[in-house]
Design a protein around this ligand. Structure first.
Ligand SMILES: [Cu+2]
Length: 513
């Protein structure tokens, strides 16, 4: 079957959606790796490898601080059996330990950079002093140590830490510089949620990776990769390909992190079971929401509960929604353009469901009751806002103008000065033809609306990363409560890492009003 034959299989809605924007497809572009068959669609084997669970690191309490020692170093990993690729890891060859912290305590993290290049470590989702944020201004030179300290003020949830190197975040995260953070708190302890790490409370770092013909990890640097973001055709969960998890309980809590550089996922369960969403990026929702699917963009997290009481095996599966509107990574262009457009299907598009994780319960068990109420969230009141700031995301022609409000990231330019303690509405508009996950540092915000419409259940709680679809405008309500610094900025940016590296990022300082 050639590439075009596949076009008949793509869904009608996607085609209709693209009809209005077919002109954008008129660019003939070289695609990398497009000849390889999609190994996901060819389903190379059911869960054959036990899911790796990152080591749990609770640090050591010293003089009132919980202290973590993190060593970034070069590693090696087999992404395909028998073929070793160079990687980056934290206290491990690839990825790193799950850091467990408690709300209200002070933590200190000693981060040693054992690489022969600079690195940074950003605590994604945390509200903390700018000097502790781990953005591009907190460069850790080779051989140096960085020891930020801050009070954990986050609600219980799944956060993560990852490289935020200026113009080098994409390759470093791709090589493995990323790992989970669990924040726990009293609010969660009072609920009867599964919380035994590695047993019924499991972090899932979902990543796609591209391998070259020899089976080595490949990070393409071409125009296509910059425009669409680097997307692979093999799925790894916590670094495990074709992963299976042997469950020993009737109720399983999965904390899912989309740790991919650019790929969006629509997760669901095989056989169409429902899953209960209990948390968004920055904490528990008010109550569980039963859903059949959920979309996560890079940087976003969620937590779901899965009922395994029947004792039957099932799979967490996903499709990869097309996050562009007829751009060069889109599929089926030939259907619209009668073959004149010279575009080929990108083999890293994945329209059909693929397996992310197989789950094998050991036995049937009594059904567990879910708590009806999870967390008290303050009422969402946009009238609190004293001003509105607008951010327009754009890509320019051919991705040459990755920008926010017309400007590309400049380390020497502070784009916004935000008074501390004042509620604001941040209005994020997408002028490009591709969806972007917009991430704001030092914030947990609430979503007011999307093009005036109420957000879906996953977006009713606290968020730090939000999908903005093409031609969409998303309004966020937020406030920076402390940590002023007139000179040292925080970032806001697209979390498609190649877009971030190419300049779809800006800087803000929090100042005394
Ligand atoms: Cu983007």
């Amino acid at each position: 079957m050639d590439q075009w034959a596949n076009a008949s299989g793509i869904n009608r809605r996607a085609l209709l959606r693209r009809a209005g924007t077919a002109a954008a497809g008129l660019m003939a572009l070289p695609l990398s790796a497009c000849e390889a068959r999609n190994s996901l669609l060819n389903a190379d084997g059911a869960g054959a490898n036990p899911l790796a669970i990152p080591e749990l690191d609770q640090g050591i309490v010293e003089q009132g601080e919980r202290v973590f020692r993190l060593s970034i170093s070069a590693g090696r990993k087999e992404f395909a059996p028998g073929v070793v690729s160079p990687t980056i890891g934290v206290n491990a060859p690839y990825l790193g330990p799950t850091l467990e912290m408690r709300r209200g305590e002070r933590v200190r993290l000693h981060v040693d950079n054992g690489l022969d290049e600079g690195a940074t470590v950003h605590w994604h989702g945390f509200e903390l002093p700018a000097a502790a944020d781990g953005g591009p201004h907190q460069l850790i030179r080779p051989g140096a140590r960085w020891s930020p300290s801050f009070e954990v003020r986050q609600r219980t949830s799944l956060y993560w830490y990852h490289s935020h190197l200026h113009r080098g975040t994409g390759p470093q995260v791709y090589a493995g510089l990323a790992a989970p953070i669990y924040v726990r708190d009293d609010e969660e302890d009072a609920l009867d949620l599964p919380s035994e790490y590695g047993v019924d409370d499991i972090p899932l770092i979902v990543q796609d990776r591209l391998l070259d013909n020899s089976g080595k990890l490949l990070y393409p640097h071409n125009m296509h990769a910059q425009m669409m973001g680097v997307r692979g055709d093999r799925i790894y969960v916590n670094g495990t390909h074709n992963a299976v998890f042997d469950a020993r309980t009737g109720l399983l809590r999965l904390r899912i992190l989309n740790g991919s550089n650019a790929r969006f996922y629509d997760f669901s369960l095989s056989r169409g079971q429902t899953m209960q969403i209990i948390a968004s990026d920055g904490g528990l929702l008010e109550r569980p929401h039963a859903v059949r699917s959920l979309r996560l963009a890079p940087g976003e997290r969620t937590q779901i509960l899965i009922d395994l009481s029947e004792g039957r095996p099932l799979s967490l599966v996903a499709t990869s929604p097309d996050n562009s509107m007829g751009m060069m990574g889109g599929d089926g262009g030939g259907m619209m353009g009668g073959g004149m457009m010279g575009r080929r299907r990108d083999d890293t598009e994945m329209d059909e469901p693929f397996r992310v994780l197989d789950i094998r319960p050991s036995r049937s068990s009594p059904r567990s009751n879910l708590p009806l109420h999870l967390a008290a969230l303050p009422a969402l009141d946009p009238s609190l806002a004293v001003r509105t700031r607008r951010f327009v995301l754009d890509m320019g022609m051919m991705g040459g103008g990755m920008s926010i409000n017309g400007a590309s990231m400049d380390m020497n330019v502070i784009n916004e000065r935000v008074p501390v303690g004042q509620w604001e509405i941040w209005e994020i508009a997408n002028a490009s033809m591709m969806a972007h996950p917009f991430h704001i540092h030092n914030a947990q915000f609430r979503v007011i609306d999307r093009n005036g419409r109420t957000p879906p259940p996953l977006e009713t709680g606290y968020k730090d990363t939000i999908i903005v679809d093409p031609r969409e405008q998303v309004r966020l309500l937020l406030r920076f409560e402390e940590h002023t610094d007139p000179d040292l900025p925080y970032m806001y940016h697209c979390h498609i890492l190649e877009h971030e590296d190419a300049g779809m990022m800006g800087q803000f300082v929090v100042v005394n009003s």
